[in-house]
Design a protein around this ligand. Structure first.
Ligand code: ADP
Ligand code: ZN
Length: 618
């Protein structure tokens, strides 16, 4: 079998996605590889397919127990022999698993990094043929990320202890240059093929709402989107409890998750969510690492997260199946205060003294970038892509800001006064003082500092504070001004040379209140566009069949088949085995197990709805 055949046979997919093929080819050719791919891009297949082609075993190092278990379930469902070894197993279960593994029972073995230091495991590894060592969530090796795991540093010792050097492959969704270099360097990758795939998740619709009534927004959204699965992230445990309580009172099927709950309750909440018993979860950012649930239709952030990296990762848990999904951030200025407070309490006990200050500066810088996202009036998708260093072309026409009505206002004159004021402060004061000064506020603090005597004092009193904040944000984004990274950040002059040109204009977008109804992106077609009313009806029938099977097998529904696969069934309306195997996500093993029941359900539906048109394919 070749790679494409393996993909079809086990996973039921016809073709590789962007990036997958290059990575797989280089791995198969025996070259170390590092893949940086966003969540949902399909990293697992990049090592699972080669693992099936290699003669020996592939060891996958993964930091999260839940993720391993999920992956192993999914692989076994697809007919791949896989196992995991971690602290959820007893000593005797572990020795049994190792014994079976020595006999060649598994192609893929998932282990937690701590396991690499266990003597039994090392002895086992020296005995068997290991073709590849795969490092998942490889950014955990870097101290620059927020997920640093000291035990990841042991990976290379483990690799060196093996009798033959295996191929090394590493995967992460974190793209920064430092992290990338750290991974390649610390893992001693040899002439690695480094592949970075695009960060754009086209099916995600980004939206920021600066509002007061967050609870009302959340309740309203859930009521307007019944039967959909969603995650609501809050910054603190207290918020989680409060929002969860409110939703329960409204009769919403909701559960919650945060680090203050005991392990057992947490595990149960997570399972209720994954198995769709409670399709909505309110959680802190402790939740979600290793959650593979593919049918999450929305992720609402009740508070602003601490960094763009966090936001991208958390919001990215929506729509892993590629179907349209919403990522909504509810922003209020209070969020910045909460986040600064949380950063002050951050635990630095594992970090060397000399690094702490640097990391604190980075944290504040990240917070500023995040605030910029909440305040920008330009395309949100482009803001994200810019941050991750990806080229963008024009507004996306598929985000809240692109769909918002706004006025373009020439604020060149106001901008000059604002910049003037910053010059007069000689870079000593922050945003609040500068705003107060140009607005001509009557504050003791301004008198004390003497800014009331500035030329710029009161020059912009005709504008609202909100408008001036938008202008200030724009000036920072454009580089005219610059905000320092200490805790009490001050405004300094950036590069104002463009203003020497008399034709330079500073145009600011001011929102109108109304929002256009979400437009369909022209040209781009969704799978579900082909479904008729009957098509949706059938989809619901197939969903309940899937749920019944999931209960019987004690599996999460999306491991039986993803929503995307069910939709494809409704689009293609397969009538026999060959047609069913043509549906995306139906591999040979899955067909053996469940194919006939789904075929029956489809035929049954057609018999009971004679003449019904299920999908229209142009
Ligand atoms: P990641 O680990 O990068 O976040 P996953 O490996 O969990 O992403 O894959 C995300 C989803 O995409 C899964 O449901 C997976 O089955 C699906 N997928 C992966 N590769 C393909 C492909 N070539 N064609 C269709 N679907 C794919
Ligand atoms: Zn946009």
């Amino acid at each position: 079998m070749n790679a494409t055949e393996v993909l079809k046979q086990y996973f039921g997919y016809d073709s590789f996605r962007e990036g997958q093929e290059t990575i797989i080819n280089s791995i198969i050719a025996g070259r170390d590889s590092l893949a940086i791919m966003p969540t949902g891009a399909g990293k697992s297949i990049c090592y699972q397919v080669p693992a099936l082609l290699f003669s020996g075993i592939t060891i996958v190092i993964s930091p999260l127990i839940s993720l391993m278990q999920d992956q192993v379930k999914a692989l076994n469902e697809a007919g791949v022999h896989a196992a995991f070894i971690n602290s959820s197993l007893s000593e005797s279960q572990i020795s049994k698993a190792l014994e079976k593994a020595s006999e060649g029972a598994y192609k893929i073995i998932y282990v937690a990094p701590e396991r690499l230091e266990s003597r039994d495991f090392v002895r086992f590894s020296q005995k068997v043929d290991i073709s590849m060592v795969t490092v998942d969530e490889a950014h955990c090796i870097s101290q620059w990320g927020q997920d640093f795991r000291p035990s990841y540093l042991k990976i290379i010792d483990f690799v060196k202890s093996l009798k033959k050097r295996p191929i090394l492959s590493a995967f992460t969704a974190t793209a920064t240059e430092e992290v990338k270099n750290d991974i390649a360097c610390i893992l001693s990758l040899q002439n690695p093929n480094i592949v970075v795939t695009g960060f754009d998740r086209e099916n995600l619709y980004y939206r920021v709402e600066s509002i007061r009534g967050k609870d009302e927004f959340v309740i309203d959204y859930i009521e307007k989107h019944p039967n959909e699965s969603g995650i609501i992230y809050c910054a603190t445990r207290k918020n989680v409890d409060a929002v969860h309580e409110k939703l329960l009172k409204k009769g919403v099927p909701v559960t919650k998750y945060h680090a203050g709950m005991d392990n057992e309750t947490r595990k149960k909440s997570q399972d209720d969510f994954i198995y769709d018993r409670a399709p909505i979860i309110v959680a802190t950012n402790a939740f979600g690492m290793g959650i593979d649930k593919s049918n999450v239709r929305y992720v609402i952030h009740y508070n602003m997260p601490q960094s763009m990296e966090n936001y991208y990762q958390e919001a990215g848990r929506a729509g892993r199946d590629g179907e349209p999904s919403q990522c909504i951030l509810l922003f209020s200025a209070q969020d910045i205060i909460i986040n600064k407070f949380l950063l002050e309490r951050k635990d630095f006990s594992d970090i060397p003294m000399e690094d702490i200050e640097l990391i604190q500066q980075r944290d504040l810088r990240r917070l500023q970038v995040m605030e910029g996202y909440c305040r920008t009036t330009s395309c949100l998708r482009n803001y994200i892509l810019d941050y991750f260093g990806e080229k963008t072309s024009g507004p996306c026409d598929n985000c809240g800001n692109c769909h918002r009505e706004y006025r373009e206002v020439d604020m060149t004159e106001a901008a000059k006064w604002m910049i003037n004021c910053v010059a007069e402060t000689r870079g000593r004061y922050g945003l609040t003082i500068v705003l107060g000064t140009v607005m001509g506020a009557n504050r003791a603090r301004l008198k004390e500092l003497g800014t009331v005597n500035y030329k710029s004092y009161g020059k912009l009193s005709a504008y609202s504070e909100a408008a001036l904040r938008i202008l200030l944000n724009q000036l920072i984004l454009d580089g005219y001004l610059y905000q320092t990274e200490e805790q009490y950040s001050v405004l300094k002059m950036g590069d104002i040379s463009p203003l020497k040109n008399p034709y330079t204009q500073i145009i600011v977008k001011m929102y109108e209140e109304k929002e256009k109804p979400a437009k369909q992106k022209s040209g781009k077609k969704r799978k579900t566009d082909a479904l008729t009313g009957a098509g949706y009806d059938l989809f619901e029938k197939l969903r309940s069949l899937r749920l019944a099977i999931a209960r019987e097998e004690a599996l999460p529904p999306y491991i039986v088949f993803s929503d995307k696969t069910l939709i494809d069934m409704c689009v293609k309306v397969p009538q026999n085995k060959a047609e069913m195997l043509n549906v995306s996500g139906v591999g040979a093993m899955k067909f053996e197990k469940y194919g006939q029941r789904f075929l029956n359900a489809i035929v049954e539906y057609q018999l009971s709805h004679p003449g019904a048109v299920i999908s229209i394919d142009e």
